[in-house]
Design a protein around this ligand. Sequence first.
Ligand SMILES: [Zn+2]
Length: 369
Amino acid sequence: MALNYNLSEIIGHKKQIDFLSGLYSSQRMPSGLLFYGQKNIGKNITALSFAASVLCRDYAENFKTDSSSLNFCGKCPSCLSFLNGMNQNIFTAGSSGNSIKIETIHQITSFLALKPQYPTHRFIIINDASAMNPSASNALLKILEEPQEKTVFILITSSPSMLAPTIVSRCILLSFAPIADEILSGAVKLTYPDIKADKLKIFLKLARGSYSGFIRLIEGGYLEKRDFLINNVFKKLFSEFRKKGDIYGISAEFASKSKGAKKKNGGIDAEVKGAAADEDEDEDKTYIFELILFIFRDIYIYSLLKDEEILYNEDIAGEIKKFAFESGASPEDIRHMIETTVLHIEKINGYNLNKSISIDSYFSNLISA
Ligand SMILES: [Zn+2]
């Protein structure tokens, strides 16, 4: 897997990258930055690339004489140690699906207590920062209240309103938007020059501005899995709906065929080292349910608005219509199915530990409102 942390090659987010480079070149590096915006659009890779580029020693040496922009050379000792996940000046933390506890903040305190090997910046990157529990959040606030020289915290979140306002107020806020379709399709065509136009169109809608999301759709075999779901799950589910019939047939078949998509190449946001390294397996387990959500979402939207254009799965609008109108399921019934699916994903992710995780109960809950 080719790792590339060149700021100039990040897909989209040019304004944000220019802003960050400007902070460095004008020597106005803040002690706290907060990157926020939709999940999986490149906040993490931007944070890592920025930190690694500031630390790149090739750049540090050239910067004295020429004002070229920040760059990750990939060859100097700093870049090499970063690529090996062992850069002494970068600490990364994340939630891995659970809350961020005070132990993580203690690790940060220990990291900060170490004297840096070189008189350079140090970065603490906290992914999914809104997953901090209250005690972690309080402990982090204490650190932020006494900023250390050349120490930069980068907090990353898709839900900034879940962060303590006292923490937010200590950071410079940088918002990240989903990658524009033109930029995303340009990047995808470089990797997959043979991708068909109709497939590109469907996937652009589904990826919602996420390059890693797009790559997952291709590598995870979205269309094949969707066919399976439509024929073996949705058709049976909606035909049994009215009679509240037997759904065990569905769950048995589903369990045997719904092994998660292998995330061989999860795209740039997945190339995160350290704390996030073992996330892949969890994501595999939820992938098929995320696909189910996409389809439910379309059925729900269609049952309310009767507009094909706004469907994610516009190419199978005929099937979507049938589920929305011929099954006897009301919009409320479909919303219940969506909520049940979201709850199931939360259980798999470990947010909701009290309830048992079972495919059988998932399917029976779908039709027993
Ligand atoms: Zn370097």
